[in-house]
Design a protein around this ligand. Sequence first.
Ligand code: UFG
Length: 327
Amino acid sequence: MKILVTGGAGYIGSHMVRTLGEQGHDVVVYDNLSTGHRESVLHGRLVVGDTADAAALDRLFAAERFDAVAHFAASIVVEESVREPLKYYRNNFSNALNLIDVCLRHQVERFVFSSTAAVYGIPAESPVTEDVPPAPINPYGSSKAMVEQALRDVSRASQFRYVALRYFNVAGADEMVRIGQKYKDATHLITLSLRTALGLRPRLNIFGTDYETPDGTCIRDYIHVDDLIDAHVLALGHLMAGGGSKIYNCGYGHGYSVKEVVRAVREVTGIGFPAVEAGRRAGDPPALIADSALIRKELGWRPSRDDLQYIIRTAWEWEKKVVNRKQ
Ligand code: UFG
């Protein structure tokens, strides 16, 4: 297959490019390198470009015949989305429309979309199923839910088919430590815990200890990036086989509290880094856990890395490598 991977120089996209390359597919990466890195692209050809640039997309699609598009390029920081909503509506929604539009004009009819559990907002039920209506509570979640809506409408009106994968809390890194999360301004719990363990930050803040959860801290469904990539590969296979448009949750179906994650990071690293109780962070749901029965049943997804210690270990190896490279 010949696949276009937008955001293929970023954290999750680069893992997709690695896997597609290893499977012998022809990969073209389209990335503006705003948060991605050239050296994270292990296979295929990198085209530096922006999804805002409809003319550049048109030239690319005129020159190359793609069997499918995997669209990872997006802005992803919830707090930033509250401060700068238009950035999120532009990058995530408007630019996705550019991409869908160019697909339609060039008869590229298979599309895998990186959606998010943030579309659920604060769900009344946990684990949450895909048929719970989206009710996002921040512009990040709204921008992704709007793309889902556009995909739904476009696929009803044409031959275009898509799979939207709603990611829960993605973490971990490539087993061989070639690629991983590389954001300068990381906000994620596991990454920040590891950077605190490395002494790059003075302490970890535990945001909120008064939630209605067993230990008072928020619970999340942490999924290893490579199990998420397996879900993408299955989604592509589904579309290539003529399967219809689908939305699937991607998580393991159980979660860990912030305090449990901190404990596990201390165990894996052997470093008792400081973690202090702080106030709640705006917009955090108490618990967010995937019901992933649908993707297991329909696509045969069998995650094999459902192990918090493994997730943290791979991320730890990556963080150490990044730090050593800088020294
Ligand atoms: N947390 C801390 N201290 C930190 C960082 C995070 O206590 O320094 C807590 C958060 O308050 C939250 C939990 O750890 O309770 C997980 O927070 P993350 O920032 O790691 O992840 P989120 O659950 O907020 O969000 C992630 C992605 C979003 C996505 C969402 C969907 O960042 O893009 O998962 O589940 F939408």
